[in-house]
Design a protein around this ligand. Sequence first.
Ligand code: NOJ
Length: 512
Amino acid sequence: MSVPSWLRDAVIYNIYPQSFCDSNGDGIGDLNGIRAKLRHIAYMGYTAIWLNPVYESPFRDAGYDVTDFYKIAPRYGTNEDFRALCEEAHACGLSVIMDLVAGHTALECEWFQQSARPERNEYSDRYIWTNSVWESGFRLIGGYSDRDGCYRTNFFYCQPALNYGYKNITKPWQLPMDHPACMANRQELLNIMDFWSDLGCDGFRVDMASSLVKDDPTGEGIRELWQDLRARYKAKHPDGALIAEWGSPKEAIAAGFDVDFMLHCTNKAYTTLFRHERGTNQSESWIGDSYFRPEGKGDFRAFLDIYQQHYDATRTQGLIALPTGNHDMHRISMRRDTDDLKIAYTFLMTMPGVPFVYYGDEIGMEYLPLPSKEGAYNRTGSRTPMQWDDTKNKGFSTSDTPYLPVDDRPDAPTVAAQWADPDSLMHYLRALIARRRLTPDLVDNTKFEVLSDGYPLVYRRGKVTVIIQPKDAPAEVAVPGAVSLPLGLHATLDGECVRLSGKGAAIVETNA
Ligand code: NOJ
């Protein structure tokens, strides 16, 4: 496997910068705020942090609309603050991963402003434009400027797609991947990666990584693009991490990524675990019959059948990431109590690959139904300020106008309260992370075998057997060769039999 060695036992903490810690009292989280919390992050056992975008932006999609890829957004600090953050993170044993918004920019980006001009210039072909403003089609926006043509977006209207070329060309304005403008965009991406790597960045999570080449039904074009970028990036930064937001690990890893996520957006596998949707009103009915529910009506096979295909295709090549959540999903805590979360985290921290923990999930922060902020829509409720303690704004900021409302209910979880409680979710997660990192079989990506896929779920990771019982019902599982039960919830080991008194989980060491 050619993934950087530090990724093999990595547990990565995902920070939404605007909501994490505000060091200067302006109501918005910032880089120095993150820096102030590095010791807490390291204490939890995480080995790396991934920051959602921190580049200069008008924030119409929370920073996924970049105006200047070479500049930290002033609200987060300066490039020098980023360098200092990396230096201190490294001193704490933490790697730093940035979000690379590879596929599009903001409308305000100078490159797009040039591209939108009617007279031809260096940037005319760096975005995808039709030949006429009257041409209509998928994600084409007309009438933006005096340039006669529609620009193609990648996501929102304000995210014009950078031109990396078309694989199947059917229109005169579609350019081949090796067109000089497309190759210039490729080179620019490498320049951006070099720039931040030189300041201390250890890797990139690539936004919408599969979307760069257009009309590419077999994936041949996107594979070629990323294999080229990987070779050139790794030649300079052999320990740099490439993490895809692709949602299809077997494709992303074949294209040259070290890691890809199982996510909610590509197939239903991940969703069936925690966020099974029924109906359209997500906030009310999204949870349905997820496998991780105490009613025990879920179907683990709905996840496993897809996961296993990706795992078998990648186990010696790269790593699958299973996140607790992220800035695009409802919080995993929705309709779950602390035990439900401990059970879910036991699963996530004992699977192959790289676990990602979304900020706040370590204390069970809740989804708050809130009006949209910075293009977040129903994602807003998962992006509220981190709850540190019981001071003003739960310790997030001294401002009277925090970025988003803080969950100030008296029983809302905080880091400080969970520090003081040895049975807290936070301490349990910390113990799980330590167990994972101290157990070679749990970080050996090639070892994973499901022994029973109902309730309880039983799987083997080398000499470790994991028992997961989300259903609120007692269970007994025979574990041949069981030696000890170093970590469990409502579980006891009696000879070679694990007994669960109700919903619970067990990590069992065996001699076999
Ligand atoms: C995926 C990101 O995770 C999401 O937050 C963003 O809105 C889109 N890509 C567009 O960049």
